[in-house]
Design a protein around this ligand. Sequence first.
Ligand SMILES: [Zn+2]
Length: 322
Amino acid sequence: MPAATPLTAEPAQLAAALDGAGITCFERGWLSSNNILLRGGDGPNTLVDSGYATHADQTLALVQSALQDQPLDLLLNTHLHSDHCGGNAALQALYAGLKTLIPPGQAAAVAAWDPVALTFEPTGQTCERFTHRDLLQPGTSMQLGPLHWDIHAAKGHDPHSIVLFQPEQRVLISADALWQNGFGIVFPELEGIDAFDEVADTLDLIERLAPLTVIPGHGAVFQDVGPALERARSRLQQFVQNPAKHRRHALKVLIKFKLLEWQTVNATDLHQWMLRTSYFTLVMPSELHGQPTASRQWMDELLSELERSQALSRDGERVINR
Ligand SMILES: [Zn+2]
């Protein structure tokens, strides 16, 4: 067993120190979430989150090359956004004995495979069908690899999300509740459901847990948690004061995400995708409904903003990821 002292390391040695505690983070990017492999000791080999569907082969290759001929025993999803569970089906096909655990609240939607309730359709994203064996109950703890991890509810970004905390090493797997610079879109707000308070509660929870190391859902592992919480709270405050800013930000994130998947697309096809993707039609001003010219213009404004922030470039009709 690793020593029961908090894990600290210089940034350059952080990955190696985590590895020594049986914690390996595969940092993926923004289309696929990070995947965290917990292994060693007498606990089950566990993967937390599995990336996006179109990256499933990479996910399998990363896990296989780390585990060699050992089995993967458990697959956990912090939440069921497509970029966190898109590799589930492929992992289930590869590892016969694999047990998949999901947060409570969406078990029925997974069992019946309801792509609307699971938000794959409303976001215009994709996820191959998978099954689950059990639930991750907040307030309980589980041995994953060599260590015990506490499961905490972490509403806000997603009403069903959980985070995982290892109290001796003080390592937090924060999913999209806290990144080094901000946090994920507050999806319920796009549906008109107040959830900024839940984001604040989750940031308070993270502060109380006092992690020394955070493994976020996207981006690099980090240890300067205080400043990250400060940045997240200041961003949240901006959104609370100006919810329209959050909604617009969310649409730009959804466009960028789709561009990461497609890499390049015709503006006309992007517009068609947008019109059948309900988070866009929910947020779009009502007078634009059924007005293709006006809604196209509205989309072009969003694309121009993304172009100015260098998230994409345009070449005539082509929209190109960058
Ligand atoms: Zn998410």
